[in-house]
Design a protein around this ligand. Structure first.
Ligand SMILES: Cc1cc2nc3c(=O)[nH]c(=O)nc-3n(C[C@H](O)[C@H](O)[C@H](O)COP(=O)(O)OP(=O)(O)OC[C@H]3O[C@@H](n4cnc5c(N)ncnc54)[C@H](O)[C@@H]3O)c2cc1C
Length: 306
């Protein structure tokens, strides 16, 4: 075993898994192992991990719910960090809610409802963790996390601090967090309102998703970002790839911008489909598609090139 793995294992109290497969920890169920997957026991354990990887020069990858991530077939070098759902305390003060970043996204509207607060309906049916939702500025045309976020608590090897939302560079499905920063908690502002109407709006959204998205198959949601003024799904539909298959991956026949794993798909299968789509959209519309999904790990360079 590499010395750094033994050394980190000695310093940490939480869960430390060697050569752990990541596919089951992503929503598309694709990808190889990580050298080490660490789930810190508490905030002190997270601090020990962050200073340990900095000191030992070990690469660190943060994985939330894996709902927007494609892991390479060869896996991930170094440490993959997973936050427990309860790392850090919850707090509520008037219309402000503070929640741990490892908690599921659905916890935000649910805690709001319990307190008579609404405003997070647009999160209905978005899988993953609140930390991932901040990093991706998750949302829909009806709203995004940045509309609610007041501040985020960030942990780095230098310590923990609260950063106002305005300093996180939130934009369309993106953020600019300081390198290596882990979102550990977030504070959002909701508003007092009609909880029954809020619940009904979320139910209606879930029903719409069930009708228009391949939710019974493993997927990472939208593959490509919408180019300025266009919809990626419409461009992909127009180039006729719905239902197109490579290996065990397929462009969904339900939603043109969703890729699905038919069972046993590799990251390579997925990348080939993405490449094909990019080439066709470029050729037919002159538009360059950019991935929304985050690629993590040891990819083969030629699989990433156009
Ligand atoms: C069926 C389906 C539907 C979807 N619909 C939508 C939708 O409508 N709108 C939308 O925006 N997205 C949608 N998504 C994508 C996904 O749900 C969101 O991007 C979500 O925010 C991902 O959260 P996660 O915890 O799974 O992130 P992951 O995939 O685990 O990580 C995503 C990125 O965030 C980083 N990250 C995660 N946690 C932290 C943290 N605590 N600190 C620092 N960085 C962190 C990771 O390093 C990575 O770069 C959908 C996905 C699926 C599968």
């Amino acid at each position: 075993m590499a010395d750094w793995r033994r050394e980190l294992g000695r310093r940490l109290r939480g869960e430390v898994l060697l050569d752990e497969r990541l596919a089951p920890r992503t929503s598309i169920k694709v990808g190889g192992p990580a050298d080490l997957v660490v789930r810190p026991a508490d905030a002190d354990d997270l601090a020990a991990l962050l200073s340990g990887v900095a000191e030992l020069g070990v690469p660190l990858t943060i994985l939330g719910g894996g709902a927007n991530t494609l892991v390479a077939d060869a896996g991930v070098e170094g440490v993959v960090l997973r936050l427990p759902a309860e790392l850090g305390e919850e707090a509520a003060q008037s219309d402000l809610l503070t929640l741990p970043a490892g908690a599921p996204i659905a916890r935000l509207p649910a805690r709001g409802h319990a307190l008579g607060l609404v405003g997070a309906e647009f999160l209905a049916g978005i899988p993953g963790t609140l930390g991932g939702a901040v990093t991706m500025n998750a949302g829909t045309p009806a709203g995004e996390v940045g509309d609610l976020l007041v501040s985020a608590e960030l942990a780095t090897a230098d310590g923990v601090g609260s950063v106002p939302a305005a300093a996180l560079g939130l934009g369309y499905r993106q953020s600019r967090l300081p390198p290596g920063a882990v979102v550990t908690r977030l504070t959002c502002r909701l508003r007092p309102g009609d909880v029954a109407a809020s619940r009904a709006a979320m139910e209606a959204d879930l029903a719409r998703r069930r009708a228009t998205q391949p939710l019974t198959q493993p997927t990472f949601g939208s593959t490509y970002r919408n180019p300025p003024g266009r919809f990626a799904g419409q461009l992909l539909e127009a180039v006729g790839l719905k239902g197109h298959r490579v290996g065990n991956a397929m462009w969904s026949d339900v939603h043109a911008n969703f890729l699905v794993n038919l069972g046993g798909a590799t990251a390579r299968d997925v990348l080939q489909l993405m490449k094909l789509a990019r080439a066709r959209v470029k050729a037919e519309f002159g538009v360059r598609l950019e991935a929304e999904v985050k690629l993590v790990g040891l990819f083969v360079a030629e699989d990433l090139q156009d």
